[in-house]
Write a protein that binds this ligand. Structure first.
Ligand SMILES: [Zn+2]
Length: 114
């Protein structure tokens, strides 16, 4: 999947809710951050880093206008939450949810075509 295909513009709320539910079932301990990631997908900006392939600038949920660089390949974000705690922060979850929605939409498209 190219970074160009990863866009928040075509995300429907129904699809996002579905992937949030699946993610929260698989990772119940991460529900708060998963839901934070969903809020970022809906309300904030996620854009590919023009310089680093596979990296994205993800806007802060709590501080609009502030962006954190996320390297999704290695699961690293520069935000204070991940620096302090490790694991997947809301910014990484936002990217994961976007990818999950893209996969869901691809399956729906394939089902319609079949
Ligand atoms: Zn982060």
């Amino acid at each position: 999947m190219t970074s160009r295909q990863l866009t928040t513009r075509t995300v429907s709320i129904a699809d996002l809710r579905q992937v949030v539910d699946v993610a929260a079932l698989r990772h119940p301990e991460a529900r708060t951050r998963i839901e934070k990631g969903a809020a970022i997908v809906l309300l904030r900006t996620i854009r590919p880093d023009p310089e680093y392939l596979g990296c994205f600038d993800v806007e802060s949920e709590s501080e609009p206008g502030r962006f954190y660089s996320v390297d999704q390949g290695v699961g690293v974000c520069q935000c204070p939450d991940q620096q302090r705690r490790g694991g997947r922060c809301g910014h990484i979850w936002a990217l994961e949810l976007l990818r999950a929605v893209a996969r869901l939409q691809a399956r729906q498209t394939a089902a319609v075509a079949a």
